[in-house]
Design a binder for this molecule. Structure first.
Ligand code: C2E
Ligand code: MG
Ligand code: MG
Length: 747
């Protein structure tokens, strides 16, 4: 996953969390609001119901008292009490003793009646005119036949407010007077002081038509002594004007007031009595607060959790980004040099190649990087790699990319396809690295080489690189299809060589070697042919260089020695006089310590005298330590083997090899016989003659390779050369053909 994708997903996650939290928040607020509203409405209904109930209780209380009076009046109807002033006074006093009225009076339609006020005595001259205005009005209504209750008025005997119940008194069907009793509002105190209003959290006041308190509950929240609800801290400005409206229109209303930080809800309802009102207060907020607090607490906790999770998300995001960056760094960058790795390179290369076609991929490698590590240590090797990375970086144009693949392998994407320009650019990198890494003490040049593939890919660049892997002379090579084919073949060969050896697909071919003296067969050279399962052949130049490179030659050469021995043993067993066979030996095998012992083991196994085996070594072996080679030659001589120097004169052979190496035979490279237009025939003759003479003096026999014509043969014979080998005599042929053609006559 790349960084962009990662960020996108995290943002999406954050948005989801925020959105779902917001939705959850809205739901919680909605539920909270709904609960509040529902509880508010439930409050209203309860207040209305309870106020109604209290009104009923008050009215029942009033009615009860009125009925008490009415019952008394009926007793007067059937007796002569009202006509007898003494009896009347006695009745009123007696009755008033058992009732709890403040005073009781009988007022006749005409004349004077009786007023009894416990504690203040009895008046027998009490008439309608002695009554206060409101009492008078009520009594007059009773004289009209109505049971009446008066409005409140001030008591003459005490400082309390009173009101009067009044009922008509009949005699023979007509009203003769009125029975009246006064009472205080104290009768309602029990009702309003009860603590059951609104489940104990409320209280009720009785107000008059102007909002003055008639009966003020002891449970009141507002403790100040005020006479009206419009006084003191009761109502807010808003509630006050609403209440005034309610009073003037005799309407009910709900409102709020706040007292010392406590919020209350109230309900004002006009009573069906005397223009009074009931004021029911409910400490709603106080009651609802624990519940509200819980909800607020939950809401707060929820918001806290939301904020916390957002903070955690942010921290997580940052940490995640950090570790993701680290992971991306590890996934896309090389830890040693900090350059991209192949994953990152390939990803960007794919993108670039979609739009750009004029590009070239180069593979860059260090010759013998193992040597650098051995010499400077791993840390030193790493420093070299870092320096190479820096040089590449400095030589790139905008948009060009590069990476370090494994070990010392770098790949570069260059823009452009001009081979000359590309070569110059790569050479620039190679030169800079070489010059900078030439160490004063070690004089070690880090030498780079590069394979390039125009409009190619890493694989093709690698093919080009491998084509010059072993040639230090060439620094750059461009990919072509032929190279690829070569590499393909090489891979096939390498993957199959072991099986081929087991299957004995490597065949012994022999080429005769003739003596110039008498043109007789002297010996033969073993030349390997790889016979594929389909019968076709692969020739040594297709696989020997590769086997020398990968070390398989060690096995193959010994195998060929064994085949040569097998052949000699075959001849001997067939009663044929054998001839010596020369076998080509690679450098790797020749310098192996156990090599002579191996050879000895083989010849012994086939019971062949070692003098029948001539070991051909290439002259480039002489570039190695001559002392070491001589020691090996001595060992081989001691065991009875002979050694021949092959292809003499093809490379940089020197005469000093001639006298330093204790060889038995010298084979002139066939190049000596091939004359180019520029060849100075005469000089060549002199040199050949001198070398042959030298060899003869050292007891080294000489062989001319590549004798193709009679002229070649005569020429070498005149110079004193001992033997000749070449197409003039015979091409390499299978061992069977050779035996058939040359050996049958030697029985
Ligand atoms: P070499 O040892 O110098 O073998 C002589 C090569 O010259 C042979 O090529 C042979 O076919 C060729 N030749 C012989 N006469 C003439 C001639 O008149 N004109 C021309 N133009 N060529 C002639 P071949 O068989 O292809 O072998 C090539 C090389 O492969 C050999 O060169 C030898 O170095 C190597 N080789 C062959 N077999 C083996 C082997 O078993 N082990 C090792 N290590 N190398 C081998
Ligand atoms: Mg040879
Ligand atoms: Mg040769």
């Amino acid at each position: 996953m790349d960084e962009k994708k990662l960020r996108k997903q995290l943002v999406r996650m954050a948005v989801i969390i925020i959105c779902s939290s917001a939705v959850l928040c809205a739901v919680v607020i909605g539920v909270f609001a709904y609960i509040l509203r529902a509880s508010h409405e439930a409050d209203h209904t309860q207040m209305e119901t309870e106020t109604q109930e209290y009104e009923n209780r008050i009215l029942i209380q009033l009615d009860k008292n009125l009925q008490t009076l009415a019952t008394l009046s009926t007793s007067y109807e059937v007796s002569d009490v009202v006509e007898d002033p003494q009896k009347l006074e006695q009745s009123i006093v007696e009755t008033n003793k058992v009732t709890s009225f403040v005073s009781m009076a009988y007022i006749p339609r005409k004349g004077e009646g009786v007023l009894n006020t416990p504690g203040h005595g009895t008046r027998n001259d009490f008439s309608l005119n002695d009554c206060s205005e409101y009492a008078k009005e009520a009594i007059q209504r009773s004289l009209q036949g109505e049971n009446a209750i008066s409005k409140m008025f001030d008591s003459e005997v005490s400082d309390t407010k009173l009101f009067v119940y009044s009922v008509p008194v009949y005699q023979d069907g007509s009203i003769v007077g009125a029975l009246a009793a006064s009472d205080t509002l104290d009768i309602f105190k029990d009702i309003v002081n009860g603590n059951t209003v609104m489940g104990g959290r409320g209280y009720i006041h009785i107000l008059d038509a102007k909002g003055n308190f008639l009966v003020r509950s002891e449970n009141t929240l507002v403790k100040e002594s005020v006479t009206s609800i419009f006084d003191g801290p009761y109502l807010s400005e808003n509630a006050r004007s609403m209440a005034q409206n309610a009073f003037s229109n005799r309407e009910s209303m709900f409102g709020d007031f706040e007292y010392r930080g406590e919020k209350c809800h109230f309900y004002l309802e006009p009573m069906n009595f005397n223009g009074w009102y009931l004021f029911c207060a409910d400490r709603r907020w106080s009651a609802i607060l624990p519940f509200g607090n819980t909800i607020l607490l939950i809401g707060g906790a929820f918001i806290f959790i939301l904020l916390l999770s957002l903070v955690l998300l942010c921290i997580g995001y940052h940490k995640f980004r950090k570790s993701a960056a680290l992971l991306l760094q590890m996934a896309y960058f090389d830890s040693v040099t900090g350059a991209r790795n192949t994953v990152s390179f390939d990803r960007d290369f794919t993108e670039i190649s979609k739009t750009k076609k004029n590009y070239t991929i180069a593979a860059l490698n260090v010759h013998n990087f193992k040597g650098v590590n051995d010499l400077f240590g791993i840390a030193g090797g790493n420093r070299v790699l870092c320096y190479i990375k820096q040089v590449i970086e400095e030589n790139l144009k905008e948009g060009e990319i590069f990476c370090r693949a494994a070990a010392d392998m770098f790949y570069i994407l260059f823009f452009g396809t001009d081979k000359q320009a590309l070569t110059t650019r790569v050479e620039q990198i190679i030169t800079t690295v070489r010059e900078a890494t030439t160490h004063a003490d070690y004089s070690y040049e880090v030498s780079l080489y590069s394979g390039l593939a125009v409009q190619g890919d890493r694989e093709k660049a690698l093919v080009a690189l491998q084509s010059i892997q072993h040639t230090h002379r060439i620094n750059t090579a461009f990919y072509n299809a032929e190279l690829h084919e070569k590499l393909r073949k090489k891979n096939i060969i390498e993957s199959y060589m072991q099986t081929a050896l087991q299957n004995k697909e490597f065949k012994l071919f022999l080429q005769p070697k003739y003596s110039f003296k008498d043109d007789s067969l002297a010996s033969a050279e073993a030349l390997v042919r790889w016979q594929k399962p389909d019968g076709s052949y692969r020739y040594p130049d297709e696989f020997i260089p590769l086997f020398e490179e990968n070390g398989f030659c060690i096995k193959l050469d010994l195998y060929m020695v064994e085949r040569a021995c097998e052949q000699i043993r075959g001849w001997i067993d067939a009663g044929i006089k054998p001839i010596p066979i020369s076998v080509n030996q690679s450098k790797l095998l020749f310098l192996d310590r156990n090599y002579p012992a191996h050879l000895e083991e083989i010849v012994k196994r086939y019971n062949v005298h070692p003098s029948f085996i001539m070991l051909e070594i290439l002259e480039d072996l002489a570039a190695s330590d001559l002392g070491q080679i001589n020691a090996q030659i001595e060992t081989l001589h001691a065991k009875g083997f002979k050694v021949s120097m092959d292809d003499f004169g093809s490379g940089y052979s020197s005469l000093n090899m001639l006298y330093q190496l204790n060889i038995d035979e010298l084979k002139f490279d066939r190049g000596f016989l091939r004359q180019g237009p520029e060849t100075n025939h005469e000089r060549r003759q002199i040199i050949l003659e001198q070398i042959i003479q030298c060899a003869q003096k050292f007891g080294i026999s000489t062989v001319a390779e590549g004798v193709e014509t009679k002229q070649d043969r005569d020429n070498m014979a005149i110079l004193g050369c001992d033997y000749g080998q070449g197409y003039f005599y015979e091409r390499p042929i299978s061992a069977a053909q050779f035996s058939e053609k040359y050996m049958n006559g030697r029985r």
